[in-house]
Design a protein around this ligand. Structure first.
Ligand SMILES: Nc1ncnc2c1ncn2[C@@H]1O[C@H](COP(=O)(O)OP(=O)(O)OP(=O)(O)O)[C@@H](O)[C@H]1O
Ligand SMILES: [Mg+2]
Length: 284
């Protein structure tokens, strides 16, 4: 069986992409799915959220990082399997779940640049470069396809070749967004890009869903913008509220805790989102 590949992506920064990836991965793994998170962002936010700083430093020292994996294709060297770079059993949620992670580091930003420099100097054009990044990412996933039910990509804000590659291979796309005017404008252009990728594979827009995040119930702009989004896009019924507990959940805890302890009053709404996600993404 091949895993469901899902990109959580929005060109806009700070909309809750990494928070969504971490919490969704945690719910799905506590529900018994085998989950792999791949951090495509040099900011390494989801790596820190799921592994904690100490383990992140250890992983970085032992070169179990996404940059070390792709490095071998840019600089050469002894080829190593993708699975050898993955950190197993991350997250501070108690219990024996399969929640694994490929961490990113700040150096990851240079891999893309070096790869581009090298391949452009070899005469590759932009289409060929895209194909190359996609192939590399695809073959990485193939190496672990028996081990996971779902693979979640946390994409960086802005544009990157690796995020493009993730979109190209994803069967489902989640676009977290804050319901305000500027954010809604940003989704138009981006969704077009995602739709093109889906249509090339004969998928419909039923695979691209917007998630309203940082929702403030008493904010009438949030209310009206959420309605506008619903008229224009596929929008999850569940809205993730702006809460202190969700923000606090980003901080690693040395003490293991249950999902409910970690997310507090926000736990039920995150579980509801995960249930809706499973239904929409066909992960039942
Ligand atoms: N529902 C929420 N309630 C409160 N705070 C939140 C919520 N979602 C995210 N945050 C906080 O907002 C900030 C940005 O969230 P996050 O890092 O998930 O966004 P992002 O889209 O991944 O950002 P970037 O574009 O930089 O990767 C973080 O400090 C996070 O803790
Ligand atoms: Mg992020």
């Amino acid at each position: 069986m091949t895993p469901r590949t899902v990109s959580v992506v929005n060109m806009k920064g700070g909309v809750g992409k990494s928070t969504t990836v971490a919490s969704l991965a945690e719910v799905l793994s506590t529900e018994g799915l085998r989950v792999l998170v791949i951090d495509l962002d040099p900011q390494s936010n989801v790596s820190m959220m799921l592994a904690g700083q100490d383990r992140w430093i250890e992983l970085r020292q032992s070169e179990k990082t996404i940059d070390a994996y792709f490095n071998q294709y840019v600089y050469g060297g002894e080829p190593r399997f993708f699975r050898d770079f993955i950190a197993t059993k991350v997250s501070d949620i108690s219990g024996d779940h399969t929640l694994d992670l490929l961490i990113s580091t700040p150096e990851f930003r240079y891999i893309e640049r070096h790869a581009l420099e090298k391949w452009v100097s070899q005469g590759f054009d932009i289409r060929q470069l895209n194909t190359r990044f996609s192939r590399l990412t695809n073959s990485a996933i193939e190496n672990v396809s028996e081990s996971y039910d779902v693979v979640l990509f946390d994409c960086p804000p802005g544009i990157s070749m690796f995020a493009e590659a993730a979109i190209e291979l994803s069967e489902f796309i989640v676009i977290p967004t804050i319901p305000d005017y500027v954010s809604r404008l940003g989704i138009f252009a981006f969704r077009k890009r995602a739709l093109r990728s889906m249509e090339q594979r004969r998928f419909t827009d039923e695979r691209i869903w917007t998630l309203i995040t940082k929702y403030e119930q008493a904010n009438t702009l949030h209310q009206s913008e959420s309605e506008m989004l619903k008229q224009q896009f596929n929008v999850f019924d569940t809205r993730i509220p702006q809460t202190e507990q969700i923000a606090r959940a980003a901080e690693w805890s040395e003490q293991k805790r249950t999902f409910e302890q970690k997310y507090g009053a926000a736990a039920p709404v995150i579980r509801r989102f995960a249930a809706e996600f499973r239904e929409r993404a066909g992960l039942i």
